[in-house]
Every structure is written in structure tokens, then in C-alpha cells.
Design a protein around this ligand. Structure first.
Ligand SMILES: Cc1cc2nc3c(=O)[nH]c(=O)nc-3n(C[C@H](O)[C@H](O)[C@H](O)COP(=O)(O)OP(=O)(O)OC[C@H]3O[C@@H](n4cnc5c(N)ncnc54)[C@H](O)[C@@H]3O)c2cc1C
Length: 320
């Protein structure tokens, strides 16, 4: 019986991959199962060393430039075969947009139980998980009743713990030829959107208070100085000031950075559903009665067009 950890990549190993492997290691130890990992992507030779210390017995590696970008119809048949070959009982991946797609697809193929976006995973005579529901107001306790069971873990929530000796055995496999309907040649990213929101350690987010799309550079400059990702409220998105991929909240992305700086955001419950797991929240709002002040760690009552440039200036001094 084994656990399979899915190693996410985007040209390099994603930090969420290490979190998923770390969770898989803890479950493998408690459930006394062997830990197998699978990597499907472009050659990453040196980086696979980062997967030492998690008790992975084997990493099955399918390297090809053809899967630099994730392709469901290539990856899912590979995973399906590994489940049989290694008698996989639990699959653990990351709750990134691609990770959730992989987990859902393999769950459908295996007719397996699936819980996405878990914030805690444990083994106590069976697999258990915690998952926020109702916009994060309730944490549900879930026990799996059947195997195989599949879990995706919310990025940036669980610690990366290396507590085992030894390097994994690397098993290189030929990329199977799978006829597929589409192939992705390139993904064009928006300029300056380098840091993926769901995995960002720092997020600077703007709402209706930024006043118009011409004012994003004020927040973008702070993002650049702090290496932060740029987020937005739904009002800013609905106004057409920024693409929906930046939206945080109930109908946007759920994020859990170390630091969340909300600028000109009132703090509606639907927005908080997406960011209330942030470790430290700083709110900048000119209305002292804004809802966001009742749930932030540090509140600055002021005009964001005065406060943010000052913050940027101080951060530049501190971080340079
Ligand atoms: C089903 C449903 C789903 C939803 N999903 C989401 C979601 O996913 N994400 C989301 O964000 N919302 C969502 N909403 C919308 C949500 O209810 C709020 O309408 C929205 O979050 C408000 O956005 P805002 O805070 O940017 O705008 P507002 O509520 O208009 O707040 C703007 C704030 O900016 C402040 N401000 C103005 N000028 C300045 C300035 N110069 N300096 C400093 N502060 C200033 C104001 O004091 C105010 O507090 C959803 C709503 C529904 C009904």
C-alpha cells in the first residue's frame, strides 16, 4: 500500500509541491505506507534534490519538454497506471488551479473520493481532513470512507517538514505517447504578474478605493519592491479595472499569504472569504468605520494615495 504525492512544477518545482510532499510524508508515517512521488514535466535534474528528507522511497519521473505546460490528457493516464502499479491508496496534490484539475480528473477516472483545498490532513485509523466551507465561516471535519482517496492541500497553510533520512530512488520512465486533442505551445503571462496569487507570501490588493485602472501602478510599485502579487476586490474586477484572475474572495481566489495589504477595500464578507487565512493583514482605508478594520492586524486610516507611496519608499530602504 502506498501514498502518491503529485509534484507540481512550473518550469521549476513549486513551493506548494514541497508542502504536498511534506503532508504525504506525515500520512505515510502514520499509516505505515510507502511514499511514492511522481514528477511529470520538463527536465529538472538538480531540483529533484529538494525532495530529499521527506521519506520518499521512489520518484517516478516522466521528463519531456512536451509537458512544460500541464496537459490533462497526457498526465491523467500516467497517474492512473501508477495507482495500479504501486497499489496507491492515497493521492496528495496541491490546491492550485492546475493541482485541483489533476486531482478532480484522476478522482473521476478512479471513481475515488476527493476533497479539494484542505487545510489539515491527518491519519487516525483512516484518512481525515479539514476543509473551510461557507466562505470560511465553518471548518468541516471529513473522514474518508473508501480508498483510494484524493486530497489537494491549500498552498501556504501547512509547514514543510523534512524529518527523514536518505535520498529517494529516481525511476526515469519514457513519456508514453498519448494521442491528445490539444497541445499548449506557449502561455503568455501578463507583464508583472510573476508571482502566482495562491502561492504568494505577500499580496498587495486594491479595491474600488483605487479609483480607476490608471492607478494600479501605485500598488504595483509596492508589489515590485516587496516581491508581492497584485490582488483585487470584485468591485475592481467588475468595473473592468483588472482581469478576473486577480480577484480574491468567495468568487475569486482563496489566498493565505504571510502578509496581506488591503488598499481601498471595505472588507465585505465575500472578500474576506478569500483572504481571512492570511497570517498578517494590513488595511489602508480612509473610512475609519470600514469593516476591514474589525478583522485586520494593523489598520491605517488614510488616503491610499498618500500612504502607499510612503510605504513603498520605506520598504525600498528596508529591503535594498
Ligand atoms: C455572491 C457574491 C459573491 C461575491 N464575491 C466576491 C469576491 O470574490 N471578492 C470580492 O472582493 N467581493 C465579492 N463580492 C462583492 C462584495 O460583496 C463587495 O461588494 C466587494 O468586495 C466590495 O469591493 P471593495 O471593497 O473594493 O469596494 P467598496 O465596498 O466600494 O469599498 C471601497 C473602499 O475603499 C475606500 N476608499 C475609497 N477611496 C479611498 C482612498 N483614496 N484611500 C483609501 N481608501 C479609500 C472606501 O472607504 C471603501 O471602504 C461578492 C458579492 C456577492 C453577492
Amino acid at each position: 500500500m502506498s501514498i502518491l504525492a503529485l509534484i507540481a512544477q512550473q518550469g521549476e518545482l513549486k513551493s506548494s509541491a514541497l508542502e504536498a510532499v511534506s503532508v504525504a510524508n506525515q500520512i505515510a508515517q502514520k499509516a505505515d505506507m510507502q511514499l511514492i512521488a511522481v514528477y511529470i514535466g520538463p527536465p529538472l535534474a538538480d531540483q529533484l534534490k529538494r525532495l530529499e528528507g521527506f521519506g520518499i522511497e521512489k520518484i517516478v519521473v516522466f521528463e519531456s519538454e512536451a509537458v512544460t505546460y500541464y496537459q490533462n490528457d497526457i498526465c491523467v493516464p500516467i497517474l492512473q497506471k501508477l495507482v495500479t502499479e504501486f497499489d496507491i491508496k492515497v493521492i496528495i496534490g496541491s490546491a492550485t488551479s492546475i493541482g485541483k484539475e489533476v486531482c478532480a480528473s484522476i478522482a473521476a477516472k478512479l471513481d475515488a473520493e476527493l476533497i479539494q483545498d484542505c487545510i489539515e490532513v491527518d491519519w487516525d485509523d483512516g484518512l481525515q481532513a479539514k476543509k473551510p466551507i461557507f466562505a470560511g465561516k465553518i471548518i468541516s471535519d471529513i473522514s474518508f470512507t473508501n480508498m483510494p482517496a484524493i486530497i489537494s492541500v491549500r498552498p501556504n497553510i501547512l509547514p514543510v517538514i523534512r524529518n527523514r533520512e536518505g535520498a529517494p530512488e529516481i525511476i526515469k520512465r519514457e513519456m508514453p505517447h498519448v494521442p491528445h486533442a490539444k497541445s499548449i505551445k506557449n502561455i503568455v503571462r501578463e507583464a508583472k504578474s510573476g508571482v502566482e496569487l495562491t502561492e504568494a507570501k505577500v499580496i498587495v490588493a486594491g479595491g474600488r478605493g483605487i479609483g480607476g485602472p490608471e492607478n494600479w501602478p501605485v500598488l504595483q510599485e509596492l508589489c515590485d519592491v516587496m516581491g508581492a502579487a497584485l490582488g483585487a476586490s470584485r468591485s475592481a474586477v467588475d468595473a473592468g479595472w483588472i482581469h478576473h484572475t486577480h480577484q480574491i474572495g468567495q468568487t475569486g481566489k482563496v489566498v493565505s499569504p504571510d502578509l496581506y495589504i488591503a488598499c481601498g477595500i471595505s472588507g465585505a464578507i465575500q472578500h474576506q472569504a478569500g483572504m481571512r487565512n492570511s497570517k498578517v493583514v494590513v488595511a489602508i482605508n480612509k473610512d475609519p468605520g470600514a469593516e476591514i478594520f474589525s478583522s485586520c492586524d494593523y489598520g491605517i486610516v488614510g488616503d491610499l494615495f498618500e500612504v502607499v507611496p510612503l510605504l513603498t519608499k520605506e520598504m525600498r530602504k528596508l529591503l535594498s
